[in-house]
Design a protein around this ligand. Structure first.
Ligand code: ATP
Ligand code: MG
Length: 418
């Protein structure tokens, strides 16, 4: 991905008015800023600016998955009915988000809403002995889910990007160790993305395999979930498992807990040996005995995270990205008013930044200053560099922080050494 871009070359345009068919703040601002395009309810296209944010988030996640020893792959979107029938997850009464279709050649297929079954089934080809374990695989994939409601913009899509990792371990101890390591990796991810303080490892329903699963829930007013937290004890409980038994087990009382609205940004799940036993994913131990493999599954909602960031970090003028995920580090704005020297100075600065691989969007368009500022506020790049007659005269550029509006002044060398 190029580190620099001229805004005159960007095909997207900002919009003054929020789209009337969109109730969520994240989708409104992202559409207005030219980050996404709404195809239909819950289905969005990601445009050049949008992809840059997605890639930043993905790269943070990818780095941490690689630290865990994860190996990246991409599974298929089309999935076999027969495989999901084996584990009793094909029927709509079992899984209510399936999109399904029929093959002209005969037979039914489903569109991947999750990938435990196909990944575990595929791994039968590669796991046969204890020497093949543990092993960890992950992917970034567009999941399709027939969600009933789609009013939260990209926080709940019918088509959305998820990172899903799967662990295959030989016994409980090996499984538990990796599970704990993943919790730590997830904490690092959310911290790096800028929501560490507001993201809680939350006790949630564990389904049929374990008592609890762990959700990563981020406080956001418009989130669809409700959890109960105690910051001092660092305990968070999803309302779905809030009962006397859970409280007792975790050593808190109801009145020590604060109720907050959240969005689930990640979820980790222990399948025990159940899923692999159903699918016949087994290995031979040192004595030659066949044993089913322990499976863990670990999701992160990549596009949901982008939506959560917009919900949490925006003001009446637009989006406020932090540097870790912003589409560009700098927004270079030339206010030349027809003054050729000012224009030439901005062009020269842009060229110098380009050669140093500094991430910058250059607003070289011939439009009014007011429009440039309004667009820059909406797009939300963290640092704005202004080149004008004033800065040319003083020999220093004005650098404005999007988050605070505070101006500082910097010589060219300071900017280039950044
Ligand atoms: P939810 O309860 O919000 O529907 P889920 O329990 O169905 O989530 P998982 O199947 O565990 O979610 O998926 C892993 C992650 O993918 C979630 O933690 C969430 O961040 C993200 N995710 C799930 N559904 C959606 C969706 N419809 N749109 C965007 N992201 C989603
Ligand atoms: Mg769901």
């Amino acid at each position: 991905m190029n580190t620099t871009l001229r805004q005159s070359n960007l095909f997207t345009k900002t919009r003054k008015e929020a789209p009337s068919d969109e109730v969520s703040k994240n989708a409104q601002l992202l559409i207005q800023g030219g980050y996404i395009h709404k195809e239909m309810a819950g289905v969005y296209a990601y445009l050049p600016l949008g992809i840059r944010v997605i890639e930043k988030i993905k790269n943070i996640v990818r780095e941490e998955m690689n630290v865990l020893g994860g190996q990246e792959l991409i599974m298929t979107t089309l999935q076999r009915k027969e495989l999901w029938a084996k584990t009793n997850r094909w029927e709509d009464k079992e899984v209510d988000v399936w999109f399904k279709s029929k093959l002209h050649a005969g037979g039914e297929v489903g569109f991947g809403w999750s990938h435990e079954e196909p990944i575990a089934n595929m791994m039968r080809n590669y796991i046969s002995s204890f020497r093949d374990l543990p092993t960890y695989v992950y992917q970034f994939q567009t999941k399709l889910r027939n969600e009933l409601r789609a009013k939260s913009g990209i926080m709940r899509g019918r088509e959305f990007i998820m990172k899903d990792m799967y662990s295959f371990s030989s016994d409980k101890e090996e499984h538990d160790e990796f599970y704990s390591k993943t919790i730590e990796a997830y904490k690092r991810i959310f911290k790096r993305i800028g929501i560490g303080e507001d993201t809680f490892v939350t006790f949630a329903d564990g389904g049929s395999f374990t008592k609890f699963s762990h959700e990563f829930q981020t406080i956001v007013e418009t989130g669809e979930d409700v959890i109960y937290i105690n910051r001092e004890k660092n305990i968070a409980i999803n309302e779905e498992v809030l009962n006397d038994e859970t409280l007792k087990e975790l050593g808190v009382t109801r009145d020590e807990l604060e109720k907050v609205n959240t969005a689930e940004v990640g979820n980790i799940f222990n399948f025990g040996t159940g899923k692999c036993a159903e699918l016949g994913v087994e290995y031979k131990n040192e004595e030659g005995k066949k044993i089913p493999v322990w499976l863990g599954s670990y999701g992160i909602g990549i596009t949901r995270l982008m939506g959560v960031l917009v919900e949490k970090f925006s003001d009446e003028k637009g989006i406020v990205w932090n540097e870790a995920v912003a589409p560009f580090e700098y927004h270079l704005i030339v206010l030349d008013n027809g003054n050729e020297e000012v224009r030439a100075d901005a062009e020269r600065l842009f060229a110098s930044m380009e050669t140093r691989d500094i991430s910058v969007l250059y607003d070289d368009r011939d439009v009014r200053a007011g429009q440039k500022f309004a667009d820059a506020d909406l797009i939300g790049i963290p640092k704005r560099i202004i080149v004008s007659e004033k800065t040319l005269a003083s020999g220093e550029y004005e650098v404005v922080a999007r988050a605070t509006g505070v101006s500082t002044f910097a010589h060219e060398q300071e900017l280039l050494n950044d």
